[in-house]
Every structure is written in C-alpha cells, then in structure tokens.
Design a protein around this ligand. Structure first.
Ligand SMILES: [Zn+2]
Length: 467
C-alpha cells in the first residue's frame, strides 16, 4: 500500500493524506483547505493532486476548515463515497462548511466588483452552498473507541484527540494478502491541560504514525494563564487607553475558550465592565453546538457547571448577527472587546475590524492562536509597519500581541506524550505533518532520541510505500 501527502506537508494547513491499497482503492484522511498561504493559496486549493472521483471514502478527524474545508469541492468534482466522522464533528462541520461557502461567494463578488474597473481576471468561489448540501448527505457518524468495518480490507477506530469537541485520532487496520498494517493519523493533538476538553486518549499500537507537529519545537507559555493575560490586555487597551481590543479567533473552539476565560474573570469578580462582542454568526452557532456536548468537557468544567449553568455567558456579552450590525460595530467608537473570526485574520468579519482599527494607536489586535507567517495575523506579529488589506495599504499603529497560552494544539511535550503509548520498536515510520519544516526537524530529533528510529517529513505530493 502507499501513503501520499497532498497538504499540511511542511506547513500547517490543507491537510489531505491519501492511503492507496494495492487493489487501487483510495482512502482520504481529511480534506482540508489551505488558508493563509498568501498568493499561493488559490493555486493550492484548486488542485488536489489526485482524482476526486477515485476516492472511496473520507475519514475526517475534526471539523476545522484546514481539515474539512475542501470536502464540498471533492464532492463537486465527483466524489460520492462516505465521509466518516463523530457526530460532534458532523454538527460542527455543517456550520463551518456553510459559512466557508458563503464567505467565498461574497469575497469573490467583492473582489470581482473591485476588479471590474481594472478588467482583472474574475474570482470564483471553490464551491457553493449547494455543494455543501450534497457533502453533508454523505456523512456517516461513528462513536469513539469502536472498530467499524469499512469494507472487506479496512476497519477504523476513532479515539479522542482532545483538540476540539468531536476531534479524533484515526486508527486504521488495512489488510492486504493476509497481512494487517496498522496506521494511526493523529489529526490535531490537543493539550493534556486543556481548559475545556478531556485530554487526548491513548491509541492502539501502530506500524505507521502520521503525527501533527504544529508546535513540535515549542513549549506553551503557562507562566501566565490565559485569564490573567486577557485581563491585562483588556485593562491596558480598553480601560486605560479607551481603545478597541480586536481578538481574531477561530469561531469553533477558540472563541468558546475565550468566552470561558472571560466568564471565569466574572466568576472571580475581575471582569472589567465593558461591552464584549462576538462578531461571528458562526461563533454563535458553534457555541450552541459545543454547549450540547457536555460529556466531552473535562472534570474541571464539569465542576464549574454545578455553580454556573452557562460557562460561556457573562455580563456585557453581546452576539452580533447581521452584516449590518457588524458594519455598525466597525464604526463603533467606544472602548470594547471584539472577538471575531478568522483566527489568522485572513478572512471573515475580523478583517473589516482590523482594517478600520489598525491605524489607531489606542487600539490593539490580539492574536489568539497560531498564524502562518504569510497570513495577515502572521505579518502583523512579525512587526510589519504596513499591511495590505482589501487591496489598500494600511499603516500599522495599533499594538499587536498574541496570547500564546491558548493553543488548542499540544506543545512538544504533549506530542511526545501522545506517542508515548507506543512501543517504539514496532513503529516502522513516524510521518510528521501539519508543521513548519523547522519545527518538524526539532520534533524529529526528539522522537529519534525517544527511540522512534525513522521519522519522515513528507513534502507536498510525496508518496511512500508502506511495507
Ligand atoms: Zn484543528
């Protein structure tokens, strides 16, 4: 059998790994969209590097768009198989994919209007809401920790990855010529000390491990907690300077973690009196879904539920729904906190907030997660004095910062702990994916020292024969 890598290869986005048996059957692990890759992004999303019609089924690890975002395009190009995921992943994917289609269509319209005057080449959305409807009809949900027979050669078991509600590591047993090969794909690995979720679960012994490596070379900042960090930023920017604090945040996962932290401040009577806005209809919907999977919460959060029935709701919190309300908020001059997506600031409503605030010294943009260097968030974090937004050059006068304690990804220690359940001598190869090359090299060296003899860092479209 063969394993090929068509995304998240020496980068952190666009996850797509293809397992091909000798009989030609193809099983796709995630079908993620590339995001924040600058000028390359469109080209990367246009070409899969394999034929969509030839894929037998999709195993989806979790709902984040960099893992699920091209499923509707796969369907549009002729894929008709099943898409396996947990129920929570299906629920979250549904709202994320509809949102993705809507954003693409409206951004294409916006760019086409702007380009109209210059006769530039027209922009096209990768897919529309109709393709999302078709994709959702192919989902088949499975429970954690149960082996499911996919066909006569392949069975699969999802184990909790602790990264997002419903997130899973995908454990595959594929049998060829009487010999079974065990392959585990980590998906994204969560943290063993997550604010909200249960820690990643152990997984069965594998011959091959495909391991994410986002923070392969880093340890999370736990000297200051997220709660203390948020309190300091809110007090400095909003209370002292009277500015607006813009927090770009993924709508699913990160937004709820921020709301939970602000709610904690309220429980401890430390929350500054202000208006707090969630300007993301998707964030609003995702919060409702996440509230309905309380069994996935960790013990600490289960205990908080006993004294606070809604740990994501506090005084001053307002949800912004319509596009008109969002436009009004862009014009709003009072000090406030705005949590809006996307997390890398490359798309979505947050881009408009940054566009209007970035030249004001009193304001701040506080990144809440990892940003690829080429994304708008990444460029701001790298200290750019000027950035291009909607085709305009903007001077960066607002303060830019990052809360590093907040990642939903495990750090280097967490990743090593995750694979710590394996007998290293039985693992033939660890493939590192979903990480920048430098981070991967450090993690590879660390895994070597732990006894994993062979660690590969696949490049885009690289193919490996699994013995
Ligand atoms: Zn993820």
């Amino acid at each position: 059998m063969k394993l090929s890598f068509h995304g998240a290869a020496r980068t952190v986005t666009g996850t797509k790994h293809l397992l091909t048996l000798d009989n030609g059957k193809k099983y796709l692990l995630d079908c993620g969209m590339f995001q924040g890759m600058g000028a390359e992004t469109d080209a990367l999303n246009n070409e899969f590097g394999f034929d969509a019609k030839g894929v037998y089924c999709v195993f989806l690890s979790h709902a984040h768009i960099d893992h699920s975002g091209l499923i509707p395009k796969l369907v549009k190009e002729g894929f008709t198989g099943k898409i396996y995921s947990t129920q929570a992943t299906k629920d979250l994917s549904e709202i994320l994919l509809y949102d993705s289609a809507e954003i693409q269509v409206s951004e294409a319209d916006y760019m086409n209007k702007r380009r109209g005057a210059t006769n530039g080449e027209a922009c096209h959305a990768l897919y529309t809401v109709d393709d999302v409807v078709a994709a959702m009809s192919l989902f088949e949900t499975i429970e954690y920790n149960e082996w499911v027979k996919i066909d006569e050669d392949v069975e699969v078991m999802y184990s909790n990855a602790g990264h997002l509600i419903g997130s899973a590591a995908i454990n595959i047993r594929a049998t060829e010529n009487g010999k079974t090969t065990a392959i585990t794909f980590s998906g994204d690995v969560g943290r063993y000390r997550s604010a909200l979720l249960q820690p990643p679960a152990e997984f069965p012994q594998a011959d091959y491990v495909i391991l994410e490596s986002t923070y392969g070379d880093k340890m999370h900042d736990i000297a200051f907690s997220t709660i203390e960090n948020l309190e300091k930023w809110i007090k400095r920017i909003c209370i002292k300077r009277g500015g607006k604090l813009i927090i770009p945040a993924f709508s699913v996962g990160r937004t709820q973690e921020i709301l939970y932290s602000l709610n904690q401040l309220e429980l401890e009577h430390r929350l500054p009196e202000l208006n707090y806005f969630v300007d993301s209809p998707l964030g609003t919907k995702a919060t409702e879904v996440i509230k309905s999977y309380k069994n996935d919460y960790n013990d600490r959060l289960q205990n908080i539920l006993k004294i606070d029935e809604d740990p994501f709701l506090f005084k001053g919190l307002k949800y912004v729904d319509t596009a008109d309300d969002s436009k009004q908020l862009v014009e709003y001059k009072e000090p406030c906190v705005i949590i809006s997506s996307s997390g890398t600031a490359d798309a979505g409503r947050v881009k408009h907030h940054i566009f209007s605030c970035i030249d004001g010294e009193a304001n701040a943009v506080l990144m809440s997660g990892y940003c690829q260097p080429s994304s708008l968030g990444g460029r701001l974090l790298n200290g750019a004095q000027q950035v291009e937004i909607f085709g305009d050059t903007c001077n960066v006068k607002a303060e830019v910062g990052q809360i590093k304690s907040m990642s939903a990804h495990g750090d280097s220690d967490d990743l090593c702990r995750f694979v710590g359940c394996q007998d290293t001598e039985k693992v033939k190869t660890v493939f590192l994916v979903h990480g920048e090359y430098l981070a991967q090299q450090e993690l590879a060296a660390r895994l070597n020292r732990k006894g994993f003899e062979k660690v590969e860092m696949p490049s885009m479209h690289q193919e490996f024969i699994l013995e």
